[in-house]
Design a protein around this ligand. Structure first.
Ligand SMILES: Cc1ncc(COP(=O)(O)O)c(C=O)c1O
Length: 372
């Protein structure tokens, strides 16, 4: 059994992918070939925004918008203390200061009640608050309405990190529309994953879109050798775009399959574990299905118990961002964000992918329910 079985999906669409790759080999436009633009068009209409800018990773999809906004030293960017390192890393890479906020213990997403305090902390430290990065953790959109309300009230730029969230929704509004700019990742294990690194940026803002397209390719202006700002080598490879076009074609059916499995888990797993909570009118793309144990010791025991039953499991994330060694200089302490810290000790993600068969689902459920 795999934690995330990418080969099952490949079997289903291998011929189509092979044909797409052959097309690229035949035309030979490996950089910014026609498939890159075809994918951008398809992603843009899937999400429902005016611009999609594909790029080389979910990390670049975060740093490019921050660069376009000119965020740098002296600026503060508010974000969740419970996410993958990339969310906060991009802030610090630009010389700005990450200011963290705690999470809701139910959804594990940023709790907007903490935004005001984070904003005040930035001011107190002599920084200029410029932006918020909200994260759609494990596929569930963050609480957009309240985050957006706060961002607007303070004139902050809202960047949605939907690296894990592509495919999620609030009512009929899709993830990757919950920011002034939104970003996603095509890392292979993500809900829409390629066969290598990749990412995309979404926005309705024409001016920012133009800047971000320029930053993606070394800050180009009129032509390739006219450079008007600092940029990156941040392009998505044509071959990855070609692969992603075929994966996007089956994405909605995979979302339904992921949701069916999540529902079975949530109905049948012992409610003594804390199971994931999806608020009314929210729809998750189930990048992960994560349960909470009672404490760290129980988690250690169940990891071993599952390993002995040949059930893979993963811990996302063992260390909250404010306690990561790399951010020691920010001088946060244990106890600053108690909910993030407690979740980091108790969380465990179990196998979740569209092709997890019924036998494996029931085996996982039975083994977990027999853990004591
Ligand atoms: C929340 C979050 N943000 C950003 C990233 C970075 O994406 P990538 O690995 O494509 O650079 C990830 C990847 O795991 C992520 O989970």
């Amino acid at each position: 059994m795999d934690f995330n079985d990418l080969s099952a999906q490949q079997k289903l669409i291998r011929d189509k992918i092979q044909k797409r790759i052959n097309d690229v080999l035949n035309h030979g436009q490996y950089i910014m070939g026609p498939e890159v633009f075809e994918l951008e068009e398809k992603l843009k209409s899937y999400v429902g925004v005016s611009h999609c800018i594909s790029c080389s990773s979910g990390t670049d999809a975060l740093i490019i918008p921050l660069m376009a906004k000119g965020i740098g030293p002296g600026d503060a960017v508010i974000t969740t203390s419970f996410s993958y390192i990339a969310t906060a890393e991009v802030i610090a890479l630009l010389g700005a200061t990450p200011i963290f906020c705690d999470i809701y213990p139910e959804t594990l997403n940023i709790n907007p009640d903490g935004l005001e305090k984070a904003y005040d902390k930035a001011i107190l430290e002599g920084l200029t608050p410029k932006a918020i990065i909200s994260v759609d953790l494990f596929g569930l959109p963050a609480r957009f309405r309240l985050i957006d309300e706060f961002a607007k009230s303070k004139n902050l730029f809202l960047l949605e990190d939907a690296a894990q969230g592509f495919g999620g929704k609030i009512k009929n509004r899709k993830a990757c529309t919950f920011g002034d700019v939104s970003s996603t990742s095509f890392f292979p294990a993500k809900p829409l994953g390629g066969y290598g690194d990749g990412g995309a940026i979404f926005t309705n803002n024409n001016e920012l879109a133009e800047k971000m397209r320029s930053i993606r390719i070394h800050g180009g202006g009129e032509d390739k050798y006219d450079n008007i700002r600092l940029g990156l080598n941040g392009r998505l490879d044509t071959i990855q775009a070609a692969i992603l076009i075929e994966k996007l074609a089956i994405f909605d059916s995979e979302l339904i399959m992921r949701n069916k499995i999540a529902k079975i888990y949530s109905n049948e797993l012992n409610p003594n574990f804390t199971l994931p909570h999806v608020p009314a009118k929210y729809f998750s793309s189930w990048a992960q299905y994560s349960i909470l144990l009672n404490n760290k010791e129980d988690r250690e025991r169940i990891v071993e118990f599952l390993f002995n039953s040949k059930i893979p499991s993963m811990i996302y994330y063992k260390i909250p961002l404010h306690l990561q060694k790399v951010f020691k200089y920010l001088k946060y302490n244990e106890g600053d964000f108690p909910l993030s810290e407690s979740v980091a000790d108790k969380i465990l993600s179990i196998p979740m992918h569209p092709y997890l068969n019924k036998v494996d689902q029931h085996f996982i459920i039975n083994r977990i329910n027999s853990f004591s």
